[in-house]
Design a protein around this ligand. Structure first.
Ligand code: ZN
Length: 251
C-alpha cells in the first residue's frame, strides 16, 4: 500500500488540486491529519473531497472550531472571522461530517506492513504543537507505532527519536521539490507532511508526503499552485486580507 499523507488543507481548493495532480499515480490511499477547513475560501469543496476520498482522517482544532464543537474566543482576529464565516458557509451535511471526525491518534493498519498512527497536534493532546525536539521526545512516549504523522504546526519535516535523543528532520528552505527519508529500524518517527493550504515554513508551495511502508521510505514533496486564485477566493469571501497575503510568503 502507498499512502498520500495530507494535513492542514484549510479550505484551499487550488492547493489541493495541485497536490493531487503532482501526486497522481504515486499512491493507493489518502490519509489526512486534520484541519480540513478554516482560513481559506472553499470549505465545502474541500470537505466534500475529503469525505469522498480520505480513507483515514482525524479532526483538527479548526474542524472543531468551524463546526461549533469548540470555543473560538482564543483564536486571533483573522482566524476568528474565518471560523465564523466557515461556520455559516458550510452546508449541514459537511458540518456533520466534520463534527464526526475522530480524535487522533488513530491507527492505520497496513495489509502486510507495520501499522502507523495519524494525529493532528501531539499523540498526548490533539491541540498541542510539536515544535521542538523536546516536545517530540515527550510526545513519542504516547505514540503506539514506530511512525506517527502529525500536522498543526504547518512545518514540513518532523523528528526522529532514539535512545540518545531527538533530532529534527529539516526540510525548510530546500529548493528541490522532493526530499526522501529512509526509515531505520529501532527508531521512532514523528513526521509532518507540512500544510497543503497554508504553509508556514517560508516556502509558499503546497506540501505533502508519500509514505511507502513496504520500502520504508517517506518522500516529502512541494508543489507550486495557483496562489492568486486561492487569494481571490479569500477576498471574495470578505475574509481578512492577511489570510490572502500570507499565502504568497508561506508564513
Ligand atoms: Zn492548521
Amino acid at each position: 500500500m502507498r499512502y498520500l499523507i495530507l494535513s492542514d488543507i484549510h479550505s484551499n481548493w487550488h492547493a489541493l488540486q495541485a497536490v493531487l495532480q503532482h501526486a497522481n499515480g504515486l499512491y493507493d490511499q489518502i490519509v489526512c491529519c486534520g484541519d480540513v477547513v478554516g482560513y481559506g475560501g472553499h470549505p465545502n469543496e474541500v470537505t466534500e473531497w475529503c469525505q469522498n476520498h480520505a480513507t483515514h482522517i482525524v479532526r483538527g482544532n479548526h474542524d472543531k472550531a468551524c463546526t461549533g464543537s469548540e470555543e473560538i474566543e482564543w483564536f486571533n482576529t483573522a482566524a476568528h472571522s474565518a471560523a465564523l464565516w466557515t461556520m455559516h458557509t458550510l452546508t449541514p451535511p459537511h458540518t456533520s461530517y466534520l463534527q464526526g471526525l475522530a480524535r487522533g491518534p488513530q491507527t492505520v493498519d497496513g495489509a502486510q506492513t507495520e501499522p502507523f498512527q495519524i494525529l493532528h497536534g501531539s499523540p498526548a493532546d490533539e491541540d498541542e504543537y510539536l515544535l521542538t525536539p523536546a516536545d517530540a521526545g515527550q510526545a513519542a512516549h504516547y505514540l503506539d507505532a514506530f511512525v506517527g504523522f502529525f500536522g498543526h504546526t504547518h512545518i514540513q519535516g518532523g523528528f526522529l527519536c532514539h535512545r540518545n535523543g531527538v533530532r529534527r528532520i529539516r526540510r525548510i528552505g530546500a529548493p528541490e521539490s522532493e526530499y526522501v527519508l529512509e526509515l531505520e529500524p529501532d527508531l521512532v518517527y514523528l513526521l509532518n507532511p507540512g500544510s497543503v493550504g497554508q504553509p508556514r515554513d517560508h516556502d509558499p508551495r503546497a506540501a505533502y508526503l508519500i509514505y511507502l511502508p513496504q520500502d520504508k521510505l517517506v518522500s516529502f514533496q512541494r508543489v507550486p499552485y495557483d496562489v492568486a486564485a486561492a487569494q481571490a477566493g479569500i477576498r471574495e469571501a470578505g475574509l481578512p486580507d492577511i489570510l490572502a497575503e500570507r499565502l504568497e510568503h508561506g508564513q
